[in-house]
Design a protein around this ligand. Sequence first.
Ligand code: HEM
Length: 383
Amino acid sequence: MYLDDPVHALAAVTHAAPYDYYRRLAAGPPLRFDTQLDCYIAAGTAGVQAVLSHSDCRVRPPGMAVPENLAGTSCGTIFAELVRMNEGARHTVPKQVLASALGQVDLVRLHQSTLQIARDHIPGNAVDLHNAMFELPLFAMAGLLGFAPAQWPQLAAWTRDFVACLSPLSNSDQLAGAQAAAAALLQRFTLLLRDTVPGSLLAEIKMAGWQSEPRLLANLIGLLSQTCEATAGLVGNAVLALRTQAGLHARLRSDPGVWPAMLREVSRHDPSIHNTRRYTACPVEIGGVALPPGQMLLVVLASAGHDASVHAEPGRFMLQRPVSPILTYGHGRHACPGQQLAQTMAAACLQSWADVLAAMPLAWCYQPSLNARIPVFMEGQAA
Ligand code: HEM
């Protein structure tokens, strides 16, 4: 343990400079018990992949499909149906439909449409930027789903309220806001399901034969909620790369073709999602470590991006790297189907705003979170 280290892996998410710590985690054993957090930690590429690909490491604790505080509520109804929170047939079939529909999105058109939206919403100051990095990807996703532009701001506001139910750090006011937002989103998506726009992402999903309406509704809301904080964090961390990596802005101006590589490298070097969790369904052995049933595992995704056995000089921000999986997007059966969309939307936002951002006075801290690294921008100069 070094003096400036975060006190544990959960504190690393919002620590000012956590990556030396992550590199040491990645160089250690793939699975180790953390006495402070009282759980096992999976770190480095080997540890993360071993846990995420294990069939008996599940996304929910045994016997608790929905967190206790959400049971019987609108948020709980949505949570229970999300592919992200299910296993077996309840996961595999809807996951295939979603992954196939998302895989067919025309990324060139998405890039063009997001560029246009972002140019219409150039942030004038740090507070605008903070709101825009949440809103713009949500606007782009709402547009893909077939919502009219006049509906986007309200949908984005409800989604930002709704995601509070997914964080154990939310207070009772935030949870009440999440419940109201969940009810409103369910209503709005029910209308969209009735009046689906031909050619939209939703039309593709329906054509793929999705039958169960409550499950479909929940997972459509899931597309917005999965976009929300993770993509805001990607945009925010890319803004920081633009400000702190010498020569990067000039390079992107002279060669806009490297924007996709820039967003990919931010996803590895300073990712927005640092952790996920798994729970053993039965006694499990991983890499010689015996785990009892019901054991919680903290999977430190961010440490895999800094694993020197996979990424040469992991601390250096480099646009040209051999392509290898970026584990901030997960791995195995629950891997993110939205990676290309997220990087495309984020690239379009940054491309539209880069010149304005270069001159904007910005200071930042990180939004409290146990999983997501999302800068909060404020007026001022960086320390
Ligand atoms: C920078 C942006 C994003 C990051 C870092 C990210 C990260 C992740 C991660 C780590 C998981 C897996 C969690 C686990 O296995 O425990 C996941 C799942 C998922 N993501 Fe993303 N995501 C991002 C953007 C998006 C977007 C834009 C969408 C929607 C278009 C999306 C849709 C999903 C869905 C539906 C799942 C659940 C997949 C399943 O369980 O089968 N994500 N994401």
